[in-house]
Design a protein. Structure first.
Length: 217
């Protein structure tokens, strides 16, 4: 009986520690792999990579009925997570990649400087270019969620620096969604956000879609 109990405890501890060692969003990436095994991802699609604003855009294909979309937004991911899982996230054959990520980096560390987030983005961009030197790559500006207003100054600076960086890169674009989400007085429209004042309503996604369409292949 003691041997059985000891074996059970060892197995329990082994399972516990194996789960503890798994990095953040590991399960999300496994779900992507499972989806890709069940249905072969289409070639020459537009690949969306990023955080929860993409994750929650579950009906994104309906906004772009003439496009083939692969949505690989996951959790509340940060640019450091995109870099960590780059090999998995870039394991497709897209004709274009559109990225939305960065605001969670600031939320994770409110003292984070804009340059740190910009450097994280540049690192991910370089990883994309290593594998896909000739496809279109676009970045959607960090949105100014009302619930994160105190982080807006760093976000604005990061947007500015990323816009300047993307302007210098070949086959690259910076998709500015900030103006479209403002009212006539230049204030962020709270009606475009759900109750948490972080994630968006369908009207918010409609604005994003309109901003993205001119850039989409």
């Amino acid at each position: 009986m003691k041997k059985i109990l000891s074996a059970f405890l060892l197995l329990t501890f082994a399972l516990f520690f194996s789960q503890e060692k798994k990095p953040m969003y590991w399960q999300d990436i496994q779900e992507f792999k499972k989806l890709d095994q069940e249905t072969v991802p289409p070639k020459d699609a537009i690949l969306l990579i990023g955080s929860s604003s993409f994750t929650k855009w579950t009906d994104v294909a309906s906004y772009f009925p003439d496009k083939t979309i692969i949505n690989r937004g996951f959790g509340g991911s940060r640019l450091i997570d995109l870099n960590y899982y780059a090999d998995d996230l870039l394991n497709y054959q897209p004709k274009q990649i559109i990225i939305y990520c960065g605001d969670n980096d600031f939320a994770d560390n409110e003292k984070l400087k804009a340059k740190v987030v910009v450097d994280r983005f540049k690192t991910f961009y370089k990883k994309i270019r290593t594998k896909f030197p000739n496809i279109e790559v676009d970045y959607i500006s960090i949105k100014f969620s009302p619930s994160r207003e105190k982080l807006w100054p760093q976000m604005k600076e990061a947007n500015k620096q990323i816009a300047a960086f993307m302007k210098k890169q070949p086959k690259s674009g910076y998709i500015d969604i900030t103006k479209g989400m403002e009212d006539a007085n230049g204030n962020v429209r709270k009606d475009l956000f759900v109750e948490d004042m972080l994630h968006m309503t369908p009207a918010g996604y409609e604005i994003w879609a309109n901003a993205m369409k001119p850039y989409m292949k």
